[in-house]
Design a protein around this ligand. Structure first.
Ligand code: ADP
Ligand code: MG
Length: 380
């Protein structure tokens, strides 16, 4: 599988690394830093993911979990708590990875696939909750989000290699499509069941957001007020980085990964997630295909380069970014009517760059000056 970077890297760069970091960015971004950021603000975060943190140096730790890089950043007032808080968050992510990953043969999700067509299995409270939420986003999006998409994900080699040399035939895709239907996932009394042999779930479109919310709750319960949790670009914040400042998140330019298109100010409690076609993709027949599949057609989605969703929690941001990516700009209005509390930023996969924003994001987003003319309002 190809990847646009060395994975979805998220790294807060310490002060000593700042010069190297700035050098590694494209000139476009370097030039725009003074214009984008408040005076005296340092850009200390580099991430391979679609969103990354723009901030003054703050206590921060990164570690790998759930197939990506996680970063915990605390407001300056909590500097002495960074080690125990990071350990607590890492414990939550690692435990959820063990239960929810399709890559682990012993995970609940792998057992669910093994027992498909055989018998229901008992699942943990977290697995039950995340599967129920996945079904909910399936219903909300009329199947654009489909947690049973795993047979198609595997067909293209996203779950497990190999990737076929050419796009599979319609017949092959149709056969896999018969195994994809979120409404057939049966959740009852703490058990889960997939009725057809060959069915499987893939929580890749929601599990990281869910994990961020669990970490968010545990930090608040531990009395931490000011923090940012980032798991592969699924970001949720609480409070403020410092007195008088807001959390600021950069949105990566899908067409030039060394740049950002602008920044989003994130209010306390809010979350962001991005689905993009430029970080995980495969090549078949000389064409690039994104890792997001349209469950109606069985084909990888085209037409959108990136979708960023702003929501009141990270599960919703993650769970909605995938279906917005599937329905594209054309279907966004209908989907948003079902979830009016979320805001969306669309970058279509075309040149010149366009940035479409719903009103709530239009208030929170500041484009780089060179993109100010690219910004368009979606459903004013
Ligand atoms: P990322 O993986 O970059 O965070 P997303 O949150 O959009 O991006 O999740 C994409 C993942 O979701 C894919 O890698 C796959 O595991 C899964 N997936 C792909 N298509 C769908 C779909 N239509 N509905 C639900 N999950 C999907
Ligand atoms: Mg998602």
């Amino acid at each position: 599988m190809n990847s646009g970077t060395s994975g979805k890297l998220l790294a807060l760069i310490p002060k000593s690394g700042r010069r190297r970091f700035l050098t590694s960015l494209g000139t476009g971004l370097r030039q725009c830093i003074p214009k984008v950021l408040p005076l005296g603000c340092l850009l200390v975060a580099l991430s391979g993911s679609a969103c990354f943190i723009l901030h003054r140096e703050l206590p921060s730790r990164s570690f790998r979990s759930m197939g990506g890089l996680a970063t915990v950043t605390l407001g300056s007032a909590h500097a002495d708590r960074i080690e125990p808080v990071t350990a607590q968050v890492q414990g939550i992510f690692d435990r959820l990875e063990q239960e929810l990953s399709t890559y682990r043969a012993d995970s609940t999700i792998s057992q669910l696939a093994d027992q498909a067509g055989v018998a229901p299995i008992a699942v943990s409270d977290d697995a039950f909750r995340v599967l129920s939420l996945a079904r909910h986003f399936g219903e909300l999006s009329e199947g654009a989000f489909d947690v049973t998409v795993a047979p198609l994900v595997n067909l293209y080699g996203f779950g497990k290699p190999p990737t076929p040399a050419a796009l599979p035939s319609e017949e092959v895709i149709r056969a896999q499509l018969k195994l994809v239907d979120y409404s057939r996932l049966i959740l009852k009394d703490g058990t889960a069941f997939l009725p057809l042999k060959g069915m499987a779930v893939d929580l890749g479109g929601i599990a990281k957001g869910y994990a961020v919310d669990r970490a968010f709750d545990s930090c608040r319960s531990a009395g931490i007020q000011n923090f940012l949790i980032d798991l592969s670009g699924n970001i949720r914040v609480s409070g403020r980085p410092q007195w008088g400042e807001d959390w600021q998140i950069g949105v990566r330019d899908p067409f030039d990964r060394s740049r950002i298109i602008g920044k989003i100010t994130l209010r306390s409690g809010m979350a962001l997630a991005t689905s993009g076609n430029y970080e995980r993709f495969v090549e078949m027949g000389g064409q690039r295909y994104s890792h997001i599949i349209n469950p109606k057609t069985g084909y990888p989605v085209t037409g959108t380069a990136g979708v960023t969703v702003l929501a009141q929690d990270a599960t919703t941001a993650d769970g909605m970014s995938t279906p917005f990516f599937v329905v594209g700009l054309k279907g966004a209005d209908k989907l948003r009517q079902k979830a009016p509390s979320v805001d969306v930023l669309f970058v279509p996969d075309k040149y010149p760059t366009e940035i479409w924003l719903t009103p709530g994001l239009a208030k929170a987003f500041v484009p780089l000056p060179e993109y100010s003319k690219a910004v368009k309002l979606l459903y004013p």
